[in-house]
Design a protein around this ligand. Structure first.
Ligand code: AR6
Length: 169
């Protein structure tokens, strides 16, 4: 079974095998966690993302999928990029958000990663309510069949930390 850990902090500083990036389908960077990872990890990550766009992902990475690159100069070995859904009241996209966690763990298994740090995918620029985002994240990781031993949710602010803490209690 996966051990779930919670920390309040910056995902770029985590000493784990892989950190997960809340990317967009272009894979070419953005704001939020994505911007922080590319800034701290350096140009090697963007070069790897460009190579993915030139090979397997010409049209971009679809929402709910995940793909790994080097982590450049970050303490982690790999970055697993996943694309969360934008929140909308018009449609229930929960399954796509759950898919981000499942597919990221599948990518981690392919790499042989045993410790993986996740941000609260979709809960920033993509507007997902934090309590529901935390529920989906924790439920999906708990139910996942994976060889990953530790999933560390890295929450940027106290509000997000409390939302996750309420789910793991
Ligand atoms: N470490 C941990 N968590 C963070 C950090 C950090 N350094 N920075 C922000 N967060 P977001 P999304 C939190 O917006 O909603 C980008 O432009 C943040 O408080 O990074 O999936 C991409 O390119 C929030 O709780 O990702 C996409 O276009 C959570 O991380 C779009 O944003 C996710 O916020 C993706 O939006």
């Amino acid at each position: 079974m996966v051990t779930i850990a919670l920390v309040q902090g910056n995902i770029t500083e985590q000493h784990v095998d892989a950190i997960v990036n809340a990317a967009n389908s272009s894979l070419l960077g953005g704001g939020g966690v994505d911007g922080a990872i590319h800034r701290a990890g350096g140009p090697e990550i963007l070069a790897a993302c460009r190579a993915l766009r030139a090979s397997h992902y010409g049209k971009g990475l679809p929402t709910g999928k995940a793909v790994a690159t080097t982590a450049g100069r970050l303490p982690a070995r790999w970055v697993i990029h996943t694309v969360g859904p934008r929140f909308t009241h018009d449609e229930d996209r929960s399954e796509l958000l759950a898919s981000c966690y499942r597919e990221s763990l599948r990518a981690a298994d392919e790499l042989g990663a045993r410790t993986v740090a996740f941000p609260a995918i979709s809960t920033g620029i993509y507007g997902w309510p934090i309590d529901d985002g935390a529920r989906i994240a924790v439920e999906t990781v708990r139910e996942a069949r994976t060889s990953v031993e530790e999933v560390r949710f890295v929450l940027f602010d106290q509000r997000a930390y409390e939302a996750f803490a309420a789910q793991v209690r």
